[in-house]
Design a protein around this ligand. Structure first.
Ligand code: LLP
Length: 429
């Protein structure tokens, strides 16, 4: 059983881990640690794996990727995808501003999320986003009012909660009855009928998203069939759906998981849609993790080795504020020594950060041959790594670099300590 994911863009050469042509030791020396390192090749290949399924052999398009930028919203990453022709899935006015700044085009943006504020609706309407994915009647009513006040018609889709079990971590499953997301399956038709009477809402699509880190295709097929059935019912009621947004959620391998390959996954869903007679629909995918997760790692330096009676601790300079996933979901990330030191004995460690919480761990019970001062790479950290990071313990957030062949580009400077409290004020004397 391999405990390492299959990676593209990161590999061992001469006993040293590399990102494309550059050794991680060189990056650590040049940029310091903790630093997120991304491979442009891995990002591009993952995107093109979707495109292979999305474009027919005659060159016509049968689906489009709308990258769920919450997974990683660095401008450079957005810009790589925008140049490859990607659309985007956003969930806030902040993400809207970011993606426009990175060269994304508004007519390829879908706006998801359960709690869009008036201000966010105005920004998205003025930018001219492709579609609002709506999740409740009050949200629909508010959008109709806001759009009316601007004299703009909002293109909308209703997010269906298909009530299927995605068989993933409960915190990242979204398409079950008990989740806060989407409109209950049985209420969808009535919601569309309500939307069809709203003068400033134009029905264009339907969407669903059932969860994240899904490693099997069957929950998607179940959800898809339920949504296709709704499209037929709507059609019979005179409500025409032009696009079908299948959401994101395809899992990646963190250790020994075997999710379907991207192209195979997308082809299976698209073929099914065509076989069922819905080939006329424009199809949207909203992947996040499967595009960026294994295209990034977190580089860190060992501060101390601390032997203990029941556990040995490897204390590093990255912490739960840099990568929340282990603390929050008990997520497993493979951790490797950047330099293979065969001379050092192998010891079992818990890899922990300097934060004052027992939950501040990055990996448990990992065998490593390491010494203080050396570097570790925490793998599969490209998705929900930097974007979920915080300044807890007044720690500046990590630097980010993107490797492109033999070039390393600094794509986010490390935060300075002064910047962390620059917006704060003490009370007047
Ligand atoms: N579309 C919608 C509406 C979503 O809510 C999400 C993710 C996606 C697309 C992208 O899903 P993906 O392809 O990345 O699975 N922080 C968690 C994951 C939260 C996912 C939230 N929604 C983690 O670190 O595992």
């Amino acid at each position: 059983m391999s405990l390492f994911p299959k990676l593209n863009g990161f590999f061992i050469r001469h006993d040293l881990w590399h990102a494309e042509e550059v050794s991680l030791a060189t990056i650590a020396e040049q940029f310091g640690t903790p630093t997120y390192v991304y491979s442009k090749k891995a990002l591009t290949d993952a995107f093109n794996a979707y495109e292979t399924a999305c474009i027919r052999t005659d060159g016509s398009r049968r689906a489009r990727v709308h990258y769920a930028m919450k997974a990683n919203s660095n401008l450079a990453i957005l810009n790589v995808f925008a140049k490859l022709g990607s659309g985007f899935d956003i969930v806030s006015a902040g993400e809207l501003a970011r993606v426009l700044a990175a060269g994304g085009s508004a007519d390829k943006i879908v706006f998801s999320g359960v709690g869009k504020s008036k201000v966010e609706m105005i920004a998205a309407l003025q930018a001219g986003v492709k579609c609002f994915n709506l999740e409740s009647i009050p949200e629909l009513t508010r959008l109709n009012e806001v759009a009316g006040s601007l004299g703009i018609k909002a293109r909308i889709s209703i997010r269906v909660n298909p009530d299927v079990d995605p068989k993933t971590h409960p915190y990242i499953s979204t398409g079950l009855k008990g989740n806060k997301f989407g409109i209950a399956y049985d209420d969808v038709i009535a919601t569309y009928q309500a939307a069809s009477t709203m003068p400033f809402c134009e029905i264009v699509g339907i969407d669903c998203h059932i969860g994240s880190q899904i490693t099997e295709i069957s929950p998607y097929m179940d959800a898809l069939d339920r949504v296709l059935h709704l499209i037929s019912t709507l059609d019979a009621a005179g409500i025409k759906i032009r696009h079908l947004d299948i959401g994101g959620g395809l899992g990646i391998s963190y250790t020994n998981e075997t999710p379907p390959a991207i192209t195979e996954f997308a082809n299976t869903l698209l073929d099914h849609i065509e076989e069922k007679g819905f080939g006329h629909l424009e199809v949207l995918f909203e992947p996040g993790r499967s595009l960026v997760g294994n295209a990034g790692l977190l580089l860190t330096t060992i501060e101390y080795l601390k032997p203990g009676e029941t556990k040995n601790f490897c204390i590093v300079d990255a912490a739960m504020n840099d990568l929340m996933r282990p603390a929050m979901y008990e997520a497993y990330h493979a951790i490797v020594a950047v330099k293979n030191k065969s001379s050092v004995p192998e010891v079992m460690y818990d890899i922990v950060g300097p934060i004052c919480e027992s939950g501040d761990w990055l990996g448990r019970d990992r065998s490593l041959k390491v010494e203080p001062g050396e570097h570790l790479a925490i793998l599969s950290a490209g998705a929900y790594g930097f974007t979920m990071s915080s300044n807890y313990n007044t720690r500046g957030r990590a630097a980010e670099v993107m490797v492109d062949g033999s070039k390393v580009h600094l794509i986010r400077e490390r935060e300075t300590i002064q910047s962390l409290f620059a917006n704060e004020k003490v009370l007047p004397a």
